[in-house]
Design a protein. Sequence first.
Length: 307
Amino acid sequence: MRHLLDTTDLSLGEIDELISLAEDIIENPEKYQDVCKRKKLATLFFEPSTRTRLSFEAAMMELGGNVLGFSEAASSSASKGESVEDTARMVSCYADIIAMRHPLEGAPRVAARKATVPIINAGDGGHAHPTQTLTDLLTIYREKGTFDNLTIGLCGDLKFGRTVHSLIKAMSRYSNVKFVLISPKELSVPEYIKTDVLEPSGCEYAEVEQMEAVMPQLDILYMTRIQRERFFSEEEYLKHKDAFILDMDKLQNAKESLTIMHPLPRVNEISTLVDDDPRAKYFEQALNGKYIRMALIITLLKWGELL
Ligand code: CP
């Protein structure tokens, strides 16, 4: 049984196949409208979500399948003390594939030990968010036509930002990719991302505290939210919450070909005036999330001989 717990569970060839499948789904949606007929996706969300949960559900519906699940731990038997393992084992009796979001890092991996159907990590604490990364990869590919020779600026909360950690892991596998890590010192990427991912990959990277000076270098600017829910105190959050706000002034020296991405939700880190700039691609990115999740559901069900 194959699960998707981290982006590196997929080879580069498998990522290429998922992207090709997503592009075919975009071009020929009618070909896929009954592919998952009578199959069920369970969305087990122990943490809030708009895009991930609803795009998974829309993805399964557009494949002709059905969905069941819960959107908060309080409405599941986790609130009575049921373990993640037991929940996964039970839900395997009711669904053919499970997407799970959990505040605890590693919870989907624990679930995968007992599940008898594929488990998809839909975000675990500050660790990883591999389907967001597949969404980001599809967006980069559709915008740039390649994953090589790109300079990517990652801006905001790089310490707790699981989407950033997953994207660095994924993009550092391609050729001549450079990272510019833009954050306050207190929110810089965890040491393991540097020692276990960036340095072994040989990718160039720089850590800076301001975005203006590096803007002209960037092919992609990946903005992130300062995440209130990950801070240990409100005081710490308030200190950093307005650290970076992307507005039209800051884009003055940016390339015409820049792609501005954001996993969303946004709070105030991108001015709404930027939304009308043709370089802003974050809403297209959210739509791509549905297509790549359709491709992933089909692929995991096929690998598990469930389709
Ligand atoms: N990008 C993302 O994970 O959004 P949600 O938290 O709304 O699912």
